[in-house]
Design a protein around this ligand. Structure first.
Ligand code: SAM
Length: 239
């Protein structure tokens, strides 16, 4: 099952509704029941989210800006975006993830506080795979999802996400330059039976080519690396 849209996608959905959901909810959360590796990944991922927030806010206020968070997971990005007043459409292939994101957003965005400015707008959460997303958004963000797409499928995915974005597309992916390092550590990312879930790394040049083909160019680049977490972050704009 090489294909996203074929066997791989079902495996990924199943993983993120069950074992993967339990594991990643813990990593993306703030409880103490994580091991050293998980804690390191938590730190790396939170840096990615921070960097994205910085990239976005550099270009101006997010108040009223429409943002699609594709593959939103537990809402690590959707929630801070909503706090900035962005109008967020958040979706994920996993119903468990979407339910958790919704719960956390409810808790975090509307806890008793009367000094919130701008007022947060509850994100619109939906169970949907990337391929079924439609509509137009000022900005489309897709963090740490490409690891589930082989490059052959990633090109189409990038083109599709670009077609939904009017002004900006932000992507993060595990860079191929760290291939050997990552290989050693991949077992940690997908432990136990869920090791069956494959991890795909991407060369920055390949991602750039796919963007060019779609009529987009890279405006900003960043790299987030901790001991066990590697992410290349790019912001693209229409060429
Ligand atoms: N973007 C979130 C973040 O950075 O906090 C979550 C990242 S998590 C490593 C990957 C997420 O991608 C999972 O929640 C998974 O369910 C979702 N996912 C994987 N393949 C997908 C697809 N084809 N369409 C939509 N979501 C997908």
């Amino acid at each position: 099952a090489e294909e996203v849209g074929g066997g791989d996608k079902e495996v990924v959905r199943e993983y993120f509704n069950n074992n993967g959901f339990q594991r990643w909810k813990k990593i993306y959360g703030d409880t103490d029941d994580v091991n050293k590796v998980q804690l390191d990944i938590r730190l790396g991922h939170s840096k990615t989210v921070e960097n994205v927030m910085k990239m976005l806010k550099e270009e101006g206020s997010l108040q009223g800006v429409t943002i699609c968070d594709a593959g939103c997971g537990t809402g690590c990005l959707s929630i801070p975006l909503a706090k900035e007043g962005a109008v967020v459409s958040a979706s994920d292939i996993s119903a468990s993830m979407v339910a958790e994101a919704q719960k956390q957003a409810q808790e975090e965005l509307f806890k008793a506080k009367d000094d919130q400015s701008p007022a947060p707008v509850m994100p619109k959460f939906e169970v949907k795979d990337l391929e079924s997303l439609d509509g137009k958004y000022d900005t489309v963000v897709c963090l740490d999802v490409m690891i589930h797409y082989p490059q052959s499928k990633a090109d189409g995915m990038i083109a599709h996400l670009a077609s939904l974005a009017e002004n900006r597309l932000i992507l993060s992916f595990a860079p191929k330059t760290f291939y050997y390092d990552l290989l050693k550590r991949i077992g940690e990312l997908f432990p136990g039976p869920s090791k069956a879930t494959r991890a795909y790394l991407h060369a920055e040049a390949d991602v750039e080519k796919a963007l060019q083909k779609a009529g987009w160019k890279i405006r900003k680049r960043g790299l987030i690396a901790t001991q066990f977490y590697f992410a290349k972050l790019i912001e693209a704009v229409p060429a």
